[in-house]
Design a protein around this ligand. Structure first.
Ligand code: MLT
Length: 312
């Protein structure tokens, strides 16, 4: 009887507001992407979507919370590349990304930018590398905690530079960027969905974008490869999840709403202004998303192990 009631509930889904949990602070890059797609998703689902920020532990707090939530489609998670780095960074991660969460579909791949407070002395990425090497004991690098995209990019940057600096962890790169603009920290690596406005306004110094090609939205910014860090590439893939065990009709309804949101004109134009784009329809599927997650877990494991940065 309970199974029949569950099946009926799945057919009627959604009959009340749906919450999308964002694992970092409000106003930051993950929050921005989530709120942009939530609007058309809400129209497709015919229900309000509430965006809830559950920041902490580099995004793993929220992921664990959603993994343990009731699998009824009313608690959804937006997460990014951190979903694939956390299993290697945390010894006792309280969830298994592949087993405890069900993928809904990929959303977008966001480029990162290497930026600094606007009065930071180096003028180019090459100068930054030399400066960081020389002044490593005095500098601070902002990130959003172990498991954040800004943490991963910092890890790769320090490895490329061959120096470690003190990191200052925030609940998200929204507040980290505020402090960078205020000059409280020296430099960081953060997604264009957060940094484009400040770069264009000249409120921060930008050295490079971490993609193979330059961006239309920031055409004067060189790629890291062009600017002196050959092969330095990282982009931040995002996807939607529900707890494992969520009924298939619910997964399909959420997926259809995501697919429609990615075709929405406002989403496409705002994404373009922020240096990104919706993924192609064939990537916004549970299968393609799961494939990305498992291949990325394998990709980052040896890199993280070699860096020796296990959290606990
Ligand atoms: C955020 O939304 O604050 C970011 O995605 C944090 C990060 O991963 O660097």
């Amino acid at each position: 009887l309970a199974a029949m009631a569950g099946a009926a509930a799945a057919q009627d889904y959604p009959t009340k507001p749906v919450t999308i949990v964002v694992p970092f602070s409000a106003g930051g890059p993950t929050d921005t992407v989530t709120r942009l797609v939530a609007e058309p998703m809400s129209k497709s689902l015919g229900q309000q979507i509430v965006v809830q920020n559950v920041a902490g532990a580099g995004g793993t707090l929220a992921a664990g919370q959603v993994a343990r939530a009731r699998p009824d489609g009313y608690t959804v998670l937006m997460h990014h590349i951190g979903m694939s780095t956390a299993p290697s960074l945390y010894k006792n991660l309280p969830y298994d990304p592949l087993k405890d969460l069900q993928t809904i579909g990929l959303v977008t791949d966001v480029p990162m930018t290497i930026i600094a407070r606007k009065d930071f002395p180096p003028k180019t990425l090459e100068e930054l590398v030399a400066y960081v090497k020389e002044n490593k004991d005095k500098l601070t690098y902002a990130n959003a905690g172990i498991g954040a995209a800004s943490h991963l990019c910092g890890l790769l940057l320090m490895k490329a530079i061959g120096a470690d600096v003190t990191t200052v962890p925030y609940q998200g790169t929204g507040p980290a960027l505020t402090d960078l603009v205020g000059g409280q920290v020296d430099f960081m690596c953060d997604q264009t969905t957060n940094t484009t406005g400040q770069i264009k306004a000249g409120e921060v110094k930008a050295y490079a974008v971490t993609t193979k090609e330059r961006l239309k939205s920031l055409p004067d910014l060189p790629t890291a490869d062009e600017a002196g860090l050959p092969g330095f590439e990282v982009s931040v893939w995002h996807g939607l999840y529900v707890p494992a065990g969520t009924p298939e009709p619910v997964v399909q309804k959420l997926n259809a709403a995501l697919q429609a949101a990615l075709k929405d004109e406002n989403v496409a134009s705002r994404f373009a202004e922020l240096g990104t784009a919706p993924v192609a329809a064939e990537l916004a599927t549970p299968e393609a998303h799961k494939e990305r997650l498992s291949s990325q877990i394998e990709l980052w494991r040896p890199i993280i192990e070699a860096a020796g940065v296990m959290a606990k």
